[in-house]
Design a protein around this ligand. Structure first.
Ligand code: ZN
Length: 450
C-alpha cells in the first residue's frame, strides 16, 4: 500500500520524460519504422514459420520467452489448430504466364488455404478469387482459418483484365500438427502488480495492422529495461483471438496480478489517438489514459467498449474481465487501407510511430505516479467539523475551495479514481486536492488504495 506507492513515486522520478527522452523519440521512430520494413515480408499467420521468424526478430530487440503450444491443445472453448505452411502459390493462364504469384505478395493467398493443383474455367476460378472493385489496384487481405477452402486475392484491375479461358491454380500448402507460438517479455518492477501490454502478430504483410503495435510494444519494453518502476510490465505477442485466448487459458491465478493493460494496434498510420475503454468502463486506466491523451493530444478521442475490433474482447470477456483498454490511431475498418495491400510500410511514418511510443510512455508514467485513495468512512459524509477539517458555522453561500477539495476527495475516493482525475473533474488545482488528501489521511479518513 503506502510504502509501495511512495516507492513508486520516487522511482517514477527516474522514469520522468526529460529532454533526453523527448530527443530520442525521433530516433526511436526511425528504428521502429526500419523494423516494420524488415518484418513486413515475413509470411505470418496464426501459426507457422513466419510467426516464429517474427518473434525471433523481435527477440533481438528485447529478450522474449517463447512458448510453443501444441496443436490440439484445448484453450477455453477453442482448440489450438494445426500448423499451416505454404511453399508456393500461383495462377497461370493457358500460355503458362503467372497472373498471380505468392512470391509477389503474401496477401495473394487466402490464409490457411488448402492445397490445390487443378485447371478451371474463368467462371469456376472466380468463385475462389477476392478483389476490391472500389480500390482496383489494391489486394485485399482474407483468411479462412477454420473452414476447409482455398482462394486467391488480387487487384480488381487484374481480375477484370482476365480473358475467358482455362487457368491453372496451384497452392502448395500443408496443414499438419505443429504448434502455436506465444512470446512474452516481463519487466520486473518494485511490486508484482502488472501492467499488461498486448499486440497481435498474425497478419502477413500488413504494416499498421499490426506491425505498428508490435514495434511500439517491443520498443517500450526495450526502453523500460534497466529502469526502475513501481509496476511490473508484461508484454505479450500472440496471434489475434486464438493466440490471446490460448495465452489467457494458461495464466490461471496469475491474471490477478494485472492492474492495468493496453491492447496496441494501428499506431503508425495517420489520424488522432483513439482510446477504447475496457468493458467495465470505469477502471483506473479508463480515467488515466484519456486524461493523459487529452492533455498531450487535444484531438484524441475516447471510445466506449464494444465486443468487436481486437483482443480487447477476449481480455474483457465476463469470465476474464481484465482492466484493459486499447490504444490505436484511426480505428480498424475506419480507413480505406485497412486489411489491404495499401497498408504497407509507406502508409506509416517514423514520426507517427515515435509519437505513439511516447503516448504509451506518458500513460505508463501517469499510472506509475497516480495516487488513488479509499474513503474509510464512506457511509454518508464523515463529520469533518469535529476533526478540525471544516469550519463550524453553516449556511454560507460560498464554499471555500479547501473545503470543496475535501468533499471532492471523499466523494471520488472509491479506490479507482486518482487524485489527478479528481483535480480535473473538480476543476481545482492538483496541489489543493493532494493537500486535502493528505489532511484526510492524517485524520484517518482516507487510505491509499491497495
Ligand atoms: Zn486485422
Amino acid at each position: 500500500g503506502h510504502k509501495h506507492a511512495r516507492a513508486g513515486r520516487q522511482l517514477m522520478q527516474r522514469l520522468t520524460l526529460d529532454d533526453g527522452t523527448l530527443a530520442a523519440v525521433a530516433e526511436r521512430g526511425a528504428a521502429m519504422h526500419a523494423l516494420v520494413r524488415e518484418l513486413f515480408p515475413l509470411p505470418r499467420s496464426i501459426t507457422g514459420a513466419g510467426l516464429r521468424a517474427t518473434v525471433r526478430r523481435l527477440s533481438a530487440v528485447v529478450p522474449l520467452e517463447i512458448t510453443e503450444v501444441p496443436s490440439g491443445t484445448a484453450a477455453f472453448d477453442w482448440t489450438v489448430p494445426d500448423e499451416w505452411a505454404i511453399d508456393e502459390a500461383y495462377i497461370e493462364d493457358a500460355e503458362g504466364r503467372r497472373i498471380v504469384d505468392l512470391a509477389a505478395s503474401n496477401l495473394h493467398v487466402v490464409g490457411y488455404s488448402m492445397p490445390v493443383d487443378a485447371v478451371f474455367t474463368l467462371q469456376e476460378l472466380k468463385t475462389h478469387l477476392h478483389s476490391m472493385p472500389e480500390h482496383p489496384d489494391w489486394i485485399p487481405y482474407r483468411t479462412a482459418y477454420y473452414a476447409p477452402t482455398w482462394g486467391f486475392c488480387l487487384a480488381d484491375r487484374v481480375l477484370r483484365s482476365l480473358p475467358e479461358g482455362r487457368y491453372r491454380a496451384v497452392i502448395r500448402s500443408r496443414c499438419a500438427p505443429g504448434s502455436l507460438t506465444l512470446a512474452e517479455h516481463l519487466h520486473a518492477g518494485a511490486t508484482p502488480d502488472e501492467v499488461l501490454v498486448f499486440a497481435h502478430n498474425c497478419h502477413p504483410s500488413l504494416a499498421n495492422d499490426n506491425l505498428s503495435g508490435l514495434v511500439v510494444a517491443t520498443h517500450l519494453a526495450d526502453w523500460l529495461r534497466g529502469r526502475q518502476t513501481r509496476y511490473s510490465y508484461r508484454f505479450v505477442f500472440a496471434p489475434a483471438t486464438i493466440g490471446s485466448i490460448t495465452w489467457l487459458s494458461r495464466q490461471g491465478a496469475a491474471l490477478g496480478k494485472i492492474r492495468h493493460g493496453l491492447v496496441l494496434s494501428l499506431l503508425g498510420g495517420p489520424g488522432a489517438f483513439h482510446y477504447k475503454k475496457s468493458r467495465n468502463g470505469s477502471c483506473p486506466i479508463d480515467r488515466t489514459a484519456p486524461r493523459v491523451l487529452r492533455a498531450a493530444y487535444p484531438d484524441s478521442r475516447v471510445l466506449e467498449f464494444s465486443p468487436w475490433g481486437y483482443d480487447e474482447r477476449q481480455f474483457g470477456s465476463p469470465g476474464i474481465s481484465l482492466p484493459m483498454g486499447r490504444l490505436t490511431r484511426t480505428p480498424n475498418g475506419e480507413f480505406p487501407e485497412y486489411h489491404t495491400s495499401a497498408d504497407n510500410p509507406d502508409f506509416l511514418s517514423g514520426g507517427q510511430l515515435g509519437e505513439a511510443w511516447l503516448a504509451c510512455l506518458r500513460i505508463f508514467a501517469a499510472l506509475e505516479s497516480d495516487r488513488r485513495y479509499v474513503n474509510l468512512a464512506p457511509r454518508g459524509e464523515p463529520q469533518l467539523g469535529r476533526r478540525g477539517l471544516y469550519r463550524t458555522t453553516g449556511g454560507h453561500r460560498q464554499v471555500p475551495e479547501r473545503q470543496l477539495a475535501l468533499l471532492w476527495v471523499l466523494s471520488e475516493s472509491d479506490g479507482t479514481v486518482s487524485l489527478e482525475d479528481i483535480a480535473e473533474r473538480a476543476g481545482l488545482p492538483l496541489a489543493l486536492i493532494s493537500e486535502a488528501a493528505g489532511d484526510l489521511a492524517s485524520a484517518g479518513l482516507l487510505a491509499e488504495a491497495p
